[in-house]
Design a protein around this ligand. Structure first.
Ligand code: COI
Length: 397
């Protein structure tokens, strides 16, 4: 049977949990009252979807997801708008991407509109959990796992598709010294010894296994005093070309460069969707907004946008192309690296304050488990010219 939202049943909880006060939590830990669950089995297809009290799942220890990581997910958000209405941000895009991830993992697929109807019902029933405060939202995590109870290596012909929601504050802790979330910035440590994705790999899908191998490199970056890893890839590159930048932690990466020459313009660059980059929905929104802004500038002499970094008179170009770490370092040296920022559902838009890298003449990273010695290359920092004037963790989409 296909997934049918009209069969949705709701089992109510007996006692509702207290909703925590925004400001007392960060990202990802709060459990709400309900979850949405539906099951696929080889013989019968999709079960009737159910919204039921949040709680543990029962899984066979041999389950395909536990043995072979057939885990795919989405990250999406609901916000309370200035008009007091609750809205999900571009949720149809998340549904399409979840189908694509499920297909890549050999998991059963489903009608994306039917799932979205069920998720909308879940968000409605959980409406009191959507925080209205700046920088807060209800994060929605649709998750699909292969449940075939066999350790045989192969596709799972049964699956569980469930969705949990969790109220979230800013992903990166904001110092009380910073007056507004938009002024928070994160630091990145560039590495290429460990890579997030590679040509022909799965980096263009949202799979659980794209994230867990990053946990140890992330710890190394933290030990060196950096918030996140800047994932770089030098497979197939000549050393002088430098490793190309792929993503920053769990965010897509953008750089803002002043044009060479004197046209007063800027170029905003982000790596192309070549299969190694997650097709981020916030990335796509940023590109659409930037391009619309660039177009409006080219047809009107007055800019609605004023920034100490851009006079409003020079052209703005928005380009998806490979961006190497050495290009970034050279641009910074020449005073042309104005800003870098990361985008993602969890982080929204976050300014990048500085990027550390190991000297490019040597290996670009120290082995993760090596003892640091005098010979360990020192980290050099790339610092943005513009500081954090215009971009940051934007509170509301
Ligand atoms: C998101 O931005 O929603 C992500 O999925 C990144 C991370 C929290 C897994």
């Amino acid at each position: 049977a296909p997934l049918d939202a009209s069969l949705l049943k709701i089992t109510h909880v007996e006692t509702l949990k207290p909703v925590p006060t925004p400001g007392t939590y960060g990202f990802g830990d709060i459990k709400t009252d309900y979850m949405l669950v539906m099951e696929y089995t080889a013989g019968s297809g999709w079960s009737a979807p159910e919204i039921k009290p949040y709680g543990p799942l029962a899984l066979d220890p041999a389950s395909n997801c536990l043995q072979y990581c057939t885990n795919v997910f989405e990250g999406m958000k609901a916000f309370i708008g200035p008009d007091g209405k609750a809205r999900m941000f571009r949720a149809d895009q998340n549904m399409t991407r979840l189908v694509s991830s499920a297909e890549r993992m050999g998991l059963p697929t489903f009608d994306p509109d039917a799932l979205l109807k069920c998720i909308t019902a879940l968000v409605s029933i959980e409406r009191r959990w959507i925080p209205a405060e700046n920088g807060h939202s209800l994060y929605i995590r649709p998750t699909m796992i292969g449940t075939k109870a066999s350790i045989r290596v192969g596709k799972s012909d049964s699956a569980l598709l469930y969705t949990l929601v969790t109220p979230v504050g800013p992903y990166f802790p904001i110092s009380p010294a910073i007056p507004h979330p938009t002024l928070a910035g994160v630091s990145l440590l560039a590495i290429s010894e460990h890579v997030r994705s590679w040509p022909g790999g799965t980096g263009g899908y949202k799979l659980g296994l794209n994230y867990s191998p990053g946990f140890v490199p992330q710890t190394l970056a933290a030990q060196e005093g950096y918030d996140q890893v800047l994932w770089c890839l030098d497979v197939g590159k000549k050393p002088e070309e430098g490793a190309v930048i792929s993503e920053a932690g769990a965010m897509n990466f953008f750089a803002v460069l002043a044009n060479e020459g004197s046209d007063g313009g800027i170029t905003i660059v982000t790596p192309p969707l070549d299969g190694t980059i997650l097709p981020g929905i916030t990335r796509d929104s940023a590109l659409q907004l930037l391009r619309a802004h660039a177009d409006s500038l080219s047809t009107s002499s007055t800019s609605p946008f004023s920034s100490p970094l851009h006079s409003g008179s020079g052209p703005i170009s928005v380009i998806e192309r490979p961006l190497s770490l050495s290009e970034l370092a050279q641009a910074a040296q020449a005073g042309r690296l104005l800003e870098c920022f990361g985008t993602g559902t969890a982080v929204l838009v976050v300014a990048i304050e500085r990027i550390g890298y190991y000297p490019l003449s040597k290996t670009t990273a120290v082995p993760i488990d090596s003892e640091h010695t005098e010979n360990t290359p020192k980290i050099t920092d790339i610092v943005m010219k513009g500081g954090l004037k215009g971009l940051g963790q934007v509170g509301k989409a």
